[in-house]
Design a protein around this ligand. Structure first.
Ligand code: NAD
Length: 264
């Protein structure tokens, strides 16, 4: 539907390059008429984000490192200056030390546990606190999660614990913000080869396993995640909040290996 997002202004955080899930979402929303604001983390990524912003006609909202609250404030101040309000926010940010995305969860250090939860979970709350102030007429907040929040996955470890907390925070914020007509949801995406995913041990095996065992017998693309995310950011989902929506070729319903699948 052309114009589904017409008149909507949205801030997208977590764009690293054209393989990012944030890019799939930003593209879909822009194609359907939304105005987009983008952030980057550090100078190296700025060089990648700038041409992508140009491609979408997006505005640049500045550097944002969620471990630095002043940088989050600066981004929201810029958005307020440029637009005065916001209709949606996409949080596509996660981080953990890759030395702990392998081996046992049990060996997680306190420092990396705290850092992983801070960047991958608390940051969504920190962003929602600021977004609320710019959403007088309601809005939609969206984050990205993974099935490793619900079930054990090899190597996902502390990130699975962080995603479980993130999903719980979606429900708590949905309850807090519902009376302001601000909706809070998550897309639980199937595995996709991105920069962040490359830090996860045996990621190629996980991709192949999903391809062979998911009901659709394939993995998903950032464009497919983008389209489903757009539904949650648009008025089509106006009755939906607190939801974890799986965009994973149906993998989350599977209880056992596909007997017809070859060995990997
Ligand atoms: P990506 O590497 O393209 O994006 C991750 C982003 O997080 C980057 O833009 C990075 O700059 C940002 N980030 C990390 N630490 C940050 C910090 N301190 N401050 C600000 N930004 C920071 O990878 P992606 O796979 O597109 O990841 C986006 C989201 O999707 C993540 O939450 C990830 O967990 C989630 N996800 C990914 C997959 C997958 O298989 N790729 C599956 C399900 C969910």
């Amino acid at each position: 539907v052309q114009g589904l997002m017409a008149g909507k202004k949205g801030l997208v955080l977590g764009l690293a390059n054209n393989r990012s899930i944030a890019w799939g979402i930003a593209k879909a929303c822009a194609q359907h008429g939304a105005e987009i604001a983008l952030t980057w983390q550090g100078d190296a990524l700025k060089k990648r984000v700038e041409p992508l912003a140009q491609e979408l006609g997006a505005i640049l909202a500045g550097h944002c490192d969620v471990t630095d609250p002043a940088s989050i404030d600066a981004v929201f101040a810029e958005v307020e200056k440029q637009w005065g309000r916001l209709d949606f926010v996409v949080h596509a940010i996660a981080f953990s030390d890759k030395d702990e995305l392998t081996g046992r969860y049990l060996d997680t250090t306190q420092a990396n546990f705290n850092r992983t939860l801070d960047i991958s979970c608390y940051s969504f709350t920190a962003i929602a606190q600021r977004a609320e102030k710019l959403m007088d007429k309601g809005g939609s907040l969206l984050t990205l999660t993974y099935f490793g929040a619900e079930k054990w996955m090899p190597h996902y470890n502390v990130m699975g614990v962080a995603k479980a907390a993130l999903e719980a925070s979606v429900r708590y914020m949905a309850a807090d913000l519902g009376e302001k007509n601000i909706r809070v949801n998550a897309v639980s995406a199937g595995p996709i080869k991105t920069l962040a995913a490359s830090g996860i041990g045996d990621f190629r095996y996980i991709l192949k396993w999903n391809e062979l065992n998911a009901p659709l017998r394939r993995t998903v693309t950032i464009e497919e995640v983008g389209d489903a995310a757009m539904y949650l950011l648009s008025d089509l989902s106006r009755g939906v909040t607190g939801e974890i929506h799986h965009v994973d070729s149906g993998y989350h319903i599977v209880g056992m290996k596909n007997p017809a699948a070859p060995d990997i």
